[in-house]
Design a protein around this ligand. Sequence first.
Ligand code: 5GP
Ligand code: ZN
Length: 114
Amino acid sequence: MTDCLFCKIVSKNIPATVVHETDRTVAFRDLDPQAPTHVLVIPKGHYENAAALAEADDGLADEVLKAAHAVAVREGVAGDGYRIVFNTGPKAGQTVFHVHAHVLGGRPMTWPPG
Ligand code: 5GP
Ligand code: ZN
């Protein structure tokens, strides 16, 4: 998608600090981190949100989840606990409409989120 921010990160038209990459996923640091570890994991292909990704039904959602876990391990937060969040839709706070898993860790977290 030509005017999607995260598609531009995939095509390297916008720089990002990439921490993990597979054939169909890429993970990079959030520009405005909300925790010591705050990484976004995305499929390289464009899906608007987690609902669209789930409907793709080709194993890609599984790959994104596995990549998120790999990031948590690599960042050293898997042992203490971390959070994987898909904001899905405007009411949930989604602002970039290319599906992304937030991987957050490295500090205590409360529940429920605001
Ligand atoms: P959402 O609100 O859609 O769940 O999350 C979008 C996330 O993308 C936010 O945490 C925001 O800080 C991050 N973000 C927005 N623009 C950029 C960018 O150009 N580069 C990176 N690395 N992160 C971005
Ligand atoms: Zn996109």
